[in-house]
Ligand binder design. Structure first.
Ligand code: PRP
Length: 185
């Protein structure tokens, strides 16, 4: 069977670069929340965030809990018409005593995180902040900035480290650029 590595045009961010940056981000999280006095919840957004989430939590030294939500977008396929539906909700009864850090793999239009920040605030969390491995600011359609960002990237078709194309390539250990002939019709 063909290796998924053969479908990668080039490596955009290597395993070592990701590992070093994720470790730095975990350190920033440790420092920011050290004296909060609240529980810290890492809230991963399925599915893309799972690899980043797993790596990030291993480097955090303060007590941390994890949970997940899943949202799905519908509405004709274009990002600008994106309507978000919650497929897996966050159910906790201690949100007023909890700092929530939403963990994403990538921000594109900004609609997913913009919506989720408001949603978790409405649920009554003590605080809500966001952390993303990748950010594509050139694709933004709503005004949104993450609190923590691993790498700002150009508008290229990236896969790996949790990110997919047609549900493939999430297991690649780096962030790569997909060969254009694989998605151009
Ligand atoms: C991707 C990504 C973010 C969202 C970002 O998820 O993981 O959740 O899109 O896009 P936005 O900034 O335009 O809202 P996707 O819907 O592809 O699901 P997945 O994580 O299961 O791959």
């Amino acid at each position: 069977m063909k290796s998924t590595y053969e479908d990668v045009e080039r490596v955009l961010i290597s395993e070592d670069e990701i590992s070093n940056r994720v470790s730095e981000m975990a350190h920033e999280i440790d420092e920011y929340y050290a004296d909060s006095g609240k529980k810290l919840l890492l809230l991963g957004i399925l599915k893309g965030s799972v690899v980043f989430m797993a790596e990030l939590m291993k480097h955090i030294r303060i007590p941390v809990e994890i949970d997940f939500m899943k949202v799905s977008s519908y509405g004709g396929g274009t990002v600008s018409s994106k309507n978000l539906t919650i497929l897996l909700d966050l159910k906790r009864n201690n949100l007023p005593q909890t700092d929530v850090l939403i963990v994403e793999d990538i921000i594109d239009s900004g609609r997913t995180l913009s919506y989720l920040v408001d949603y978790i605030k409405l649920k009554g969390a003590a605080s809500v902040r966001t952390c993303t491995l990748l950010d594509k600011p050139s694709r933004r359609e709503v005004d949104f900035e993450p609190d923590l960002c691993g790498f700002t990237i150009p508008d290229e078709f990236v896969i790996g480290y949790g990110l997919d194309y047609d549900e493939k390539y999430r297991a690649l250990p780096y962030v790569g650029v997909l060969k254009p002939e694989l998605y151009e019709k």
